[in-house]
Design a protein around this ligand. Structure first.
Ligand code: SAM
Ligand code: SF4
Length: 340
């Protein structure tokens, strides 16, 4: 799919706190072939298809953001690779890498990588994140409810064989994978994959107790220090992850700690849902609709006005925190809506 090019270069996206937005995380579907316990309820209701942006609308949107200085786009979901026709959309974006874009990447549960890894590489994708919380078959079934571990491991193999750099994302869940995390890291580093640990965040109703799942990564770091010498690395991403190198493996470990460490000062990102809602903060409720401006006119003037309004109001930061044994600042939307 060809990208609709905007001829005129528009003003960059700078918010009221002087942060320049260069990174778009785009959810291309709310659907998923898994039902991870911290992400969705088992009987999740999905949106009617007509509410979703079409692939053409997604392309127009990306092109408009690129004209405003967005240099990196990450596709997410739901599970991005279950969206029909996504590959041709990725090919369109991939053709922009090196000119309009620095990078196109995606976050996936890995289930469809066996089918798509080679095509993703051919389309210009070079790095992907794969979410994986355990290497134990039975536990994998417990946490994803519907997932099959061998399929995901085969998908990761296919991605590595295709030449994609793979980073593993692992949500740290108390009482579930805390004791397994050192061996998960050793496994990832043994295959030249970095691994980033994520604290559970209070996103959406999920039937389970959030605080029971919460494991502060500061505690986990102490455990990891019993296995490896960890050297802090300078922040190169401008993102929420802080990285260390495990000296004995040479691999990197990332920590995303929304609850114990606030990373908002350097935030360069925005999120758009699969229905075209622009969220300028993962942890705040406000959003601006971009679907109507997209559908009302072929001209992007309305769209840019809506984007400007949202950026001017980008909040200073989120309010997730732990207080009196409870998670505060919870959002009523699921992570699968904004794509994590
Ligand atoms: N389906 C894809 C996947 O699982 O990688 C992409 C979407 S998923 C919503 C993106 C990331 O969000 C995954 O790494 C997932 O583990 C993480 N996630 C989902 N719900 C979360 C929560 N409540 N707290 C922290 N991370 C969460
Ligand atoms: Fe699906 Fe990803 Fe959510 Fe798991 S975390 S249910 S794979 S969207």
């Amino acid at each position: 799919m060809d990208m609709p090019l905007e001829t005129q270069t528009q003003a960059p996206l700078v918010d009221a706190f002087g942060r320049t937005i260069t990174y778009l995380r785009l959810s291309v579907t709310d659907r998923c072939d898994f039902r991870c316990v911290y992400c969705m309820s088992e009987h999740m209701t999905f949106l009617p298809k007509k509410d979703l942006l079409t692939l053409e609308e997604l392309s127009r949107l990306c092109s408009a953001f690129m004209a405003r200085g967005v240099r990196k786009i990450r596709l997410s979901g739901g599970e991005p690779l279950v969206r029909r026709g996504l590959l041709s959309f990725i090919e369109g974006l991939g053709a922009e890498v090196g000119s309009g874009l620095d990078e196109i990447t995606l976050t996936t549960n890995g289930s469809q990588l066996g089918r798509f890894a080679d095509d993703l590489y051919a389309a210009g994708v070079r790095r992907i994140n794969v979410s994986l919380d355990t290497l134990d078959d039975a536990k994998f079934k417990d946490i994803t409810r519907w997932g099959r571990l061998p399929q995901v491991l085969a998908g990761i193999d296919a991605a590595l064989a295709a030449g994609l750099a793979v980073k593993i994302n692992t949500v740290a869940v108390r009482g579930f994978n805390d004791t397994e995390i050192p061996s998960l890291i050793a496994w990832a580093h043994g295959r030249e994959m970095d691994l980033t640990l994520i604290e559970t965040m209070p996103m959406g109703d999920i039937e389970d107790d959030r605080f029971g799942q919460y494991l502060p990564l500061s505690d986990l770091r102490q455990t990891l220090e019993q296995h490896w010498t960890l050297t802090d690395l300078p922040d190169q991403t401008g993102g929420p992850a802080r990285y260390v190198r495990a000296e004995q493996t040479g691999g990197r470990i990332g920590f995303i700690t929304p609850l114990t460490h606030n990373f908002c000062e350097s935030c360069n990102r925005i999120r758009v849902t699969c229905t075209g809602e622009l969220y300028t903060c993962l942890g705040q409720p406000g959003s601006i609709d971009l679907r109507n401006p997209l559908r009302l006119s072929d001209d992007n003037a309305l769209l840019h006005t809506a984007i400007d309004t949202a950026i001017a109001d980008k909040p200073k930061g989120h309010d997730f925190r732990i207080q009196d044994g409870k998670m505060i600042g919870a959002m009523d939307r699921h992570m699968s809506v904004t794509g994590g």
